[in-house]
Design a protein around this ligand. Structure first.
Ligand code: FPP
Length: 225
């Protein structure tokens, strides 16, 4: 039986969730943040799951209206500050991925602080992908190792990435069927699941069902049965 050791989620549908309720889009992000907490705690209780990587802000999301971007930044900061105790209580290690140098000094400090204060936790690793794009991640990795004397190997490039762990199960909520520049290297052999549920409506129950279906898939990694 497969184990979903590393689960990655593209949390899509916040805006539509809010619009359906005639609310501002940012209300959808607020509701989405609560689901981040629930799903993370659920994963931390499942001993088979080692990593949960969540796409929270892409390198392309800067194109959104300024007020929405500012709201997301504040929400993130508030979320991390209020979650710190919860991370520690649930033995969750926080490891952001992406190029966080683009964020305000204050958000960078919060990110580093939560990372440091949870570094001793040895349960679930929750990675938030922030100012993350797979193309950007791969380019930064290549630039880190380009001056080495020998040919670049798969292992060298893999180790220079922000996220060094292959994904077992990749889920996208919100009805679209695309990867949107998320973990393109790490998801080479991931099983892909697409849900029509908008992220704020996504439940631990639905995640549990997806994991159950995942465990039954025969994964061959390019080989034969
Ligand atoms: C996609 O929905 C979602 C995002 C771009 C941001 C994800 C943010 C959250 C889940 C909440 C904040 C997270 C944390 C960790 C505090 P969309 O806005 O593209 O939705 P749409 O496709 O319906 O417009």
């Amino acid at each position: 039986m497969n184990k979903a050791r590393h689960i990655a989620i593209i949390m899509d549908g916040n805006g539509r969730w809010a619009e359906q309720r005639e609310k501002k889009r940012v209300k959808g992000h607020e509701a989405g943040a609560k689901v981040v907490r629930e799903i993370t705690e659920y994963c931390s209780r499942d001993k088979d799951i080692e990593r949960l990587t969540l796409y929270a802000f892409s390198t392309e999301n800067w194109k959104r209206p300024r007020l929405e971007v500012e709201f997301l930044m504040k929400l993130l900061q508030k979320y991390l500050e209020s979650e710190l105790d919860n991370y520690i209580q649930n033995n969750i290690r926080f490891e952001p991925i992406g190029d966080i140098r683009a964020f305000s000094k204050s958000l960078q400090t919060t990110l580093k602080n939560v990372k440091e204060k949870t570094a001793h936790c040895d349960g679930l690793v929750q990675s938030l992908a922030l100012n993350y794009g797979a193309h950007d991640e791969i380019l930064r990795a290549v630039n880190k190792i380009k001056n080495c004397q020998n040919d670049i190997t798969e292992a060298m490039l893999g180790n220079a990435l922000d996220c060094k762990h292959s994904v077992d199960l990749l889920i996208r909520t919100g009805g679209d069927h695309r990867l949107s520049n998320f973990l393109l290297w790490q998801a080479a052999y991931a099983e892909l699941f697409f849900s029509d549920t908008l992220w704020p409506d996504f439940t631990t129950n639905e995640l549990g069902k997806i994991i159950k279906d995942f465990t039954k898939i025969e994964r061959r990694f390019g080989g034969l049965k």
